[in-house]
Design a protein. Structure first.
Lengths: 477, 81
């Protein structure tokens, strides 16, 4: 028997909100299967099981915000042994596939919808399972939810006693209520959304429902949902204390999320600047050979098979990490622990603003084409807010690439507990001397921010020199 | 495919890639990378989806012809005629 705990998804995460369980008691789970969705200030994240087993009990209600390490569920493993917590170092091999739409390990009822759409569905009390997606790959769009909401509310008022399907719709649409509260609400014809919850994390308890029912019958005979006066809700009892956290992360508006994200990044960066004695190196690399090689390789390839120069820069970085191993690993408890595999953090800027580092685990075992595919997949899902837990774990080194529209170079801030950050500016054409002659070459400025507790400018320079050499022979990457 | 259809197709795909953009405000002649903040990955995704949707494969050497909305429309009209 083991506890499935709120995972730590990045050094800047202290707590998370459980948005949704995708499994229930008695359900079998498989390693790598997405079993829950949690919300952090950065993104909604699919959480994967780390072992085969069976769900014994769910300990935390959807809607509750709990700190990292809090047990979320008890999972009985097949061997009856203790199931590991999601902080286990060995990455599951399957999670990426499992999280893709239609992946074999994906529960049948886990529908594809972005967090924004899920939130809208929640607000409009729409059961996503019952909605047919018209978006890409059958994903559910905002429009689908609105249409479903219109027909749903037209056909049957929420909370009216009805079919099993409508009960299910209620339960899925109100993650912040206990199952008992949902049942009572359905029996009493109470709209859960109109109730101010007094349970953990602002969740609605069955007492809240009973209170609301009393108010509804004494104060009003019409069934229009209305928020019960708080004093009356606890008739005959002291008024319940307001919950410490009324606003669930799921309800945080985009602006607030953006602020929270900025604050989380800022807190981590402040810690980095406080603790890590940074040194910075830069070198300008001629990219002619690499860009020509990529262009030639992409010729005649369908768009979906094409490489981006950015993927080659990542691949070269990974390869050279292994030549200067003191840049790849974690600094914890006053000493450096090198890692012999590269979990590559890729900084992805989000459209709405904010920065997110997604982890491409085991990047050193990927071919260039595989790395390209992972980059494309991870960036797309990071922006859609659908990363899985293993992609949010702490990488061993991070790369930030400003891209074509960015500045010429970036002096990065190291993400603790990592000890290096590699940066690429935009590729620009510059005058360049070759064999005593002046010519024009596409160049990029590669930078290294290193941790003086572990390496120095000399060792760091070796990395940048190796990077330059590797990029002159891209065909060998 | 006529110019209007081509424009609508490209705008629809842009909306999938960059959901926050105001489709009515996308200028005809500005580089889309600046106009709607497309990075190289977004641009490749657009090329990929145009290929899926219309069958038109824009090789890399033609990328400069499809930097703007008008460029896309002209390119698609010419190649679906």
């Amino acid at each position: 028997m083991g506890e499935f705990r709120m995972p730590s998804l990045g050094a800047d995460m202290t707590e998370g909100t459980l948005l949704e369980w995708l499994v229930g008691p008695g359900d079998p789970v498989h390693r790598g299967q997405v079993i829950a969705v949690i919300d952090t200030v950065k993104s909604a994240i699919d959480i994967e099981a780390f072992e085969d087993g069976e769900v014994e009990t769910l300990l935390v209600e959807p809607g509750a915000t709990v700190s990292v390490g809090t047990p979320l569920a008890v999972i009985r493993t097949n061997a009856g042994a203790v199931a590991s917590a999601p902080t286990e170092p060995t990455p599951p091999a399957e999670p990426l596939e499992a999280s893709l739409a239609g992946g074999p390990a994906e529960p049948a009822h886990h529908v594809a919808a972005s967090p924004i759409v899920r939130r809208l569905a929640h607000e409009l009390s729409v059961d996503l399972d019952a909605v047919e997606g018209s978006g890409r790959d059958g994903s559910i769009t905002r429009h689908d939810v609105e249409v479903a909401a219109a027909s749903h509310h037209g056909a049957q008022p929420l909370g009216a006693p009805g079919t099993a399907q409508s009960v299910k719709a209620v339960s899925r649409a109100h993650p912040s209520a206990s199952p008992r509260a949902r049942r009572r609400a359905t029996e009493l014809g109470i709209d859960l959304q109109a109730i101010a919850g007094t349970g953990p994390g602002g969740s609605v308890t069955s007492d809240d429902v009973e209170g609301a029912a009393r108010v509804a019958t004494t104060a009003s005979s019409d069934m229009t949902p209305q928020p019960p006066p708080r004093a009356a809700a606890g008739a005959g009892r002291p008024a319940p204390a307001p919950p410490a956290r009324r606003a669930r992360a799921a309800d945080v508006r985009t602006d607030e999320r953006k602020d929270a994200m900025q604050a989380a990044t800022a807190a981590l960066m402040a810690r980095s600047k406080r603790e890590i004695p940074h040194y910075y190196l830069e070198t300008t690399i001629d990219l002619r050979a690499m860009l020509d090689w990529v262009a030639e390789r992409n010729q005649g390839r369908a768009p979906s098979e094409r490489l981006l120069p950015a993927a080659v820069l990542l691949k070269a970085t990974v390869t050279c990490m292994l030549t200067v191993p003191d840049l790849n690993g974690f600094y914890v408890d006053d000493r450096f622990e090198p890692h012999d595999h590269v979990d590559l953090g890729v900084a992805v800027s989000l459209r709405a603003g904010g920065l997110l580092v997604a982890n491409i685990r085991g990047a050193d075992s990927l071919s260039l084409d595989e790395l390209m595919a992972r980059l494309k997949d991870i960036a797309t899902r990071a922006r859609a807010g659908r990363l899985t837990s293993s992609e949010m774990t702490v990488p061993t080194v991070t790369v930030t690439n400003l891209g074509d529209q960015g500045a010429d170079l970036v002096h990065g801030v190291i993400y603790p507990p990592q000890v290096a950050l590699v940066g690429f500016g935009r590729t620009v054409e510059r005058p360049w001397a070759v064999d005593g002659m002046l010519t024009v070459r596409p160049v990029v400025v590669a930078t290294l921010a290193g941790d003086h507790r572990v390496t120095d400018g000399h060792r760091g320079s070796r990395f940048l020199a190796a990077l330059d050499t590797a990029l002159q022979k891209p065909e060998e990457l | 495919m006529n110019a209007t259809d081509a424009r609508t197709t490209v705008l629809g795909l842009l909306a999938e890639i960059a959901p926050e953009i105001d489709l009515d405000a996308v200028p005809d002649d500005e580089d889309l990378r600046d106009a709607v903040d497309l990075d190289s990955l977004d641009f490749l995704t657009l090329v990929e989806r145009v290929h899926e949707r219309t069958g038109v494969d824009v090789p890399e050497m033609d990328y400069d012809q499809v930097r703007t909305l008008r460029g896309w429309a002209d390119y698609l009209v010419a190649r679906t005629a």
